[in-house]
Design a protein around this ligand. Structure first.
Ligand code: PHE
Length: 504
């Protein structure tokens, strides 16, 4: 190993820009201290360049910046009057001592009587008495003495008028309050060379015109060949910026959308308001199913019903009651067509895919939707009454369960979840059915349901080939990817969190 000859400042020197080197040298020539103005003159650099270089030197520990806040005063018009005529309280006291005691008479001679009296009382130079319905002023001993000498106010004003320091800072403040002085605060900056800075200069700095930013001109003219390049310092400090960006949830939606499109799917959408028929009956959900309860579902009052195609309604009614032509025995109860017309906020986006199937009974089809659904949930850290579902179907000849598993595995893999697990589950509209779980940070979390639509669902729509279907939660995925413990965080508009949420 080679010995380190230059006490570790070599690397530091490498990071110095030409401007920083110039400033260092200029500081050294001036004994280690200089104002920005002096540095501008010495380096022939503009002010911004000098200030920039100085703050970089500061962050590298080669210089320090001292800031001094200095007040400077100027005598105002009022101050000039004080200088020429004396203070109002002195003038009034002189009138009093010459025999004019009464307020009414004094007021005839002085517009500023109230101000003068204020100061006379404050200084204890006078007392006020009542006499024959008027008020009169009587000088105190202190007052009589005080008017003889020179007033400290005037002394301070005179010094400032001559460009000297006020000498009495408290009095200067009082005069500012009396509008006799105006105050300017000025920051004076001094750049100071640090010990490390001195060492660096001692080692010798070579100023060569380095290229910090390569331009087309450098390349066209070939001048880059003769010049040296400034080294990048990827570890150097840079301010944090928070550019505008889309909401984390919108970004995730965008990503999910892209994944399905990549996998050859087309996006479909639907409305929030749907009759029970499409949200539930077509899906062979029995009318006494607990999910239909007022407790779980938002029923709409305006409109409270929507018309349903009579023919299709009749077929679905038969399927529920007896199984119709589906080979099933149905649910064996009296189907209520009125109930089917009732209007709800959609409880799942399966309503989107089933409507699509009804309109496109011919295979093949690969469609997906990402949309909000509504359930009467009590809000807590894992439940919201409105949330997003990622829904989809594959409708094609020979579609099968393996394909469904492969598809979901692929989808989650693309999102970054490598391990997924499928568990047998039950949904009234699929057979077989399975729930999807993914492994994240050592535990399994349930993300949604899937399966193959039952004949009771597909037959009435004229669909004869198998349909793979799934409905997955979006917020759960977001919670995991953004590391949240509370689902509500996604909807809080918490600016700190929004700024710092990672770009996935
Ligand atoms: N609709 C189901 C839910 O909301 C999910 C699902 C969709 C299950 C499609 C099977 C098939 O949880």
């Amino acid at each position: 190993m080679e010995a380190n000859t230059s006490d570790g400042t070599d690397d530091l020197v490498e990071t110095l820009s030409t401007a920083e080197k110039k400033v260092l040298l200029a500081l050294d020539e001036r004994g280690g201290r200089a104002s920005p103005d002096e540095l501008m003159e010495a380096t022939d650099l503009e002010q911004v360049k000098v200030m920039n270089a100085s703050s970089w030197l500061q962050s590298k520990g080669l210089a320090a910046m001292e800031e001094d806040l200095e007040s400077s005063y100027q005598v105002t018009g009022e101050g000039q009057r004080f200088l020429q005529e004396g203070l109002p309280e002195v003038q009034v006291l002189e009138l009093v001592m010459d025999g004019t005691h009464r307020f009414s008479e004094l007021r005839k001679q002085r517009d500023d009587l109230d101000i003068a009296i204020g100061w006379l009382m404050r200084k204890g130079w006078c007392t006020i008495d009542k006499k024959e319905g008027d008020r009169v002023l009587t000088p105190t001993e202190k007052g009589e003495k005080a008017v003889e000498g020179e007033q400290p106010e005037v002394m301070v004003l005179r010094r400032i008028a001559k460009g000297e320091a006020p000498g009495d800072p408290d009095m200067a403040e009082t005069l500012v309050q009396r509008n006799a002085l105006s105050e300017n605060e000025e920051i004076t900056r001094t750049v100071i060379l640090s010990d490390t800075g001195k060492d660096v200069v001692k080692q010798g700095l070579e100023i060569s015109e380095e290229i910090a930013q390569l331009t087309p001109e450098h390349i066209q003219s070939g001048s880059w060949r003769e010049r040296s390049f400034r080294r990048y310092d990827v570890t150097s400090f840079a301010p944090v910026v928070h550019p505008g960006k889309r909401h984390p949830l919108s970004r995730l939606i965008e990503r999910v959308r892209r994944i399905f499109v990549e996998m050859g799917f087309q996006e479909i959408t639907g409305g929030y308001v749907e009759p029970c028929f499409w949200d539930m009956d077509v899906l062979f959900i029995p009318q006494d199913h607990p999910a239909r309860d007022m407790q779980d579902t938002f029923y709409c009052s305006n409109p409270d019903t929507l018309p349903i195609d009579d023919e299709l309604l009749e077929i679905v009614k038969m399927v529920h009651e007896t199984g119709g032509d589906t080979g099933s025995t149905g649910w064996q109860y009296d189907f209520d067509s009125e109930q089917a017309r009732r209007v709800v906020l959609r409880t799942h986006t399966t309503v989107n895919t089933i409507r699509y199937l009804a309109e496109h009974p011919e295979p093949p089809a690969k469609v997906f939707s990402i949309g909000r659904v509504f359930r009467r949930e009590t809000i807590d850290s894992t439940h919201l009454p409105e949330f997003y579902q990622i829904e989809g179907i594959v409708h094609e000849e020979q579609a099968n369960f393996r394909q469904l598993i492969g598809l979901l595995t692929e989808f989650y893999k693309k999102l970054g979840f490598d391990d997924i697990r499928l568990r047998p589950a039950y949904y009234p509209y699929t057979e077989p059915s399975m729930d999807v779980e993914v492994r994240w940070h050592g535990r399994w979390m349930e993300l949604g349901g899937s399966g193959i639509f039952r004949p009771e669902v597909t037959e009435p729509l004229g669909v004869t080939e198998p349909v793979l279907a799934w409905g997955l939660g979006l917020e759960r995925i977001a919670m995991e990817l953004y590391g949240l413990h509370d689902i509500r965080q996604l909807y809080l508009s918490d600016i700190e969190w929004l700024r710092n949420a990672p770009m996935l």
